[in-house]
Design a protein around this ligand. Sequence first.
Ligand SMILES: [Zn+2]
Length: 216
Amino acid sequence: MLADFSNSKQADEEIKAVVPPISNPAPDYDTLLWSEIAVQEYKIQLDLRYASENNFVEEQLYECPRCFLRPEAAKALYQVQEALQDKGYGLKLFDCYRPTSVQERLWEKVPNASYVTPPHKGSMHNRGFAIDATLLDAAGTEVDMGTEFDYFGRRAHHDNKDLDQDILKHRALLKNTMAEFGFKHIRTEWWHYSFRGPYQSPFKLADYQWSCEEEH
Ligand SMILES: [Zn+2]
């Protein structure tokens, strides 16, 4: 015969006894809307340039480096990383979701649509569907992509084939692997990819600000 613990204090205690202790704190963001990229678990390197002064506006625009994407884009990115690892490579990320208010600050610094997407239009970064990335070799060292991140010139273009064979090979590997999992390139920046997979949320501009509290 089953004991009836309904409405009893004993029932609560029984339940507590079987629930394992939580080892990780609960996410400090809405996991239905966002995923924070699990860089340690997937061995993805993070060098968020806008969280430092090492960027083309030479100003720190993120209070702290955290990489967020829309959940479906994050899932696809993990698949990219696994496919690259199978070939002896990996991802390093320079930028992920970028709040629209940061886009406004970039635009104030550089009001030139050749370099910065106007905030009213917004980039796929502002929608949580874009990343800027390069390739790492098996030792975790950046491979030669021909230019630095955020180099604005013809040498960074995908249709510039006047480059060493290994540079073309690296760019093609990144581009083809990203494409396999739903990320599209743009012609003028070898590092930029936007997720256009079949199961995405509407492309809304976002201004979610992630927390920089220590407890996270
Ligand atoms: Zn980008």
